[in-house]
Design a binder for this molecule. Structure first.
Ligand code: DGY
Length: 322
């Protein structure tokens, strides 16, 4: 491929991936404010053949209407709800993404949030740092919930849901799940998981973990009606997308003790707003959207993002295309 295609990269990638990209394309790396302001994106995308973007870069119809030369969008993520896929496809723009390589990292963080939320690890850390250890010395002053033997209800049995199921089995949990379609009996047996209706999952789970993509069907899937169906002793874990949960109604459910706690990596608005009531709740563990954020995974994501982009510009089949 001649060094001829112009590519906008909205955020720094792993060095070796960026070097590889620079060998083959004219790279325009955005180094200013992150995420790239929309005005800037619209201005810069005008003469670009390729775009490497992140989940915080909103690539909507307005952006795409200004991208007359664009041939490919390669996103550094498994989620692609930040891209207007239908409009991009109308414009014959190819779209690459990075599934598989982040499955383990995201499942690990999910398990981390489960353990932290149920065993109150971060809360204990705050107690120690605030010099309040002597206030929780009694044998029953500071008890958590044991994870082993509990039932986890997984909503969405794709790659990440399955990896969470495996790891949950390893911790001695019972796994039930709901998915648009049940997975094959063979895989169910292998993963030791049982398909149940949505209602059964809400009623019987001690922990509910979300692993569905965000779209109009999953918008506010978890809302006050659902929280009322859940066990009062149950916990909600979300490492998928913030808008799948109605956050305001979650806060109400947590305050009214309709459910016991929550572990979250994603929010309706990111970074979280300073006055978000979740910040005041002790029974919530908050992570800053870091499901895929390990050195190992981010390096692989960088490589795949670049590879997808180059393959598309060369007119070849992408490694992973939406
Ligand atoms: C993704 O890949 O979609 C994750 O949310 C990481 O940003």
């Amino acid at each position: 491929m001649k060094k001829y295609f112009n590519v906008l990269v909205t955020r720094r990638l792993h060095k070796s991936a960026l070097d590889n990209l620079e060998k083959k394309c004219n790279v325009f790396l955005h180094t200013g404010k992150i995420p790239i302001p929309k005005k800037s994106l619209i201005n810069k995308i005008k003469n670009m053949d390729g775009l490497i973007c992140h989940p915080y870069d909103l690539v909507d119809k307005e952006v795409l209407e200004n991208a007359k030369n664009l041939k490919v969008i390669s996103t550094f993520s498994v989620g692609f709800d930040h891209i207007d896929i239908d409009f991009a496809k109308l414009q014959k723009i190819k779209i690459g993404y990075t599934p598989e390589v982040l499955t383990n990292a995201t499942a690990e963080l999910t398990i981390g949030l489960i353990l932290d939320t149920l065993r109150r690890i971060s809360e204990g850390d705050r107690i120690i740092r605030n010099k309040k250890w002597n206030q929780i010395f009694g044998a029953y002053d500071y008890t958590g919930t044991e994870v082993s033997g509990k039932t986890i209800g997984i909503i969405g049995m794709g790659r990440i849901g399955r990896e969470v199921a495996k790891k949950a089995n390893g911790l001695g949990m019972n796994v039930i799940y709901h998915n648009r379609k049940p997975i094959s009996k063979k895989i169910e047996k292998m993963l030791r998981v049982k398909y149940v209706s949505e209602n059964m999952l809400y009623k019987n789970s001690d922990i509910i973990s979300l692993h569905v993509p965000y779209n109009k069907d999953t918008h506010h899937l978890m809302n006050s009606k659902i929280f009322k169906k859940m066990k009062k002793t149950s916990f909600l874990i979300n490492t998928s997308r913030g808008k799948i949960v109605n956050e305001k109604q979650l806060v109400t459910a947590l305050m009214k003790k309709e459910i016991q706690g929550a572990g979250m990596d994603v929010y309706e608005s990111e970074p979280i707003q300073k006055n978000n009531p979740l910040l005041k709740l002790e029974n919530v563990v908050l992570a800053p959207h870091v499901g895929s954020s390990t050195n190992e995974t981010r390096e692989k994501m960088s490589d795949i993002t670049v590879e997808n982009l180059i393959l598309a510009l060369e007119g070849k089949k992408l490694l992973y295309s939406v």
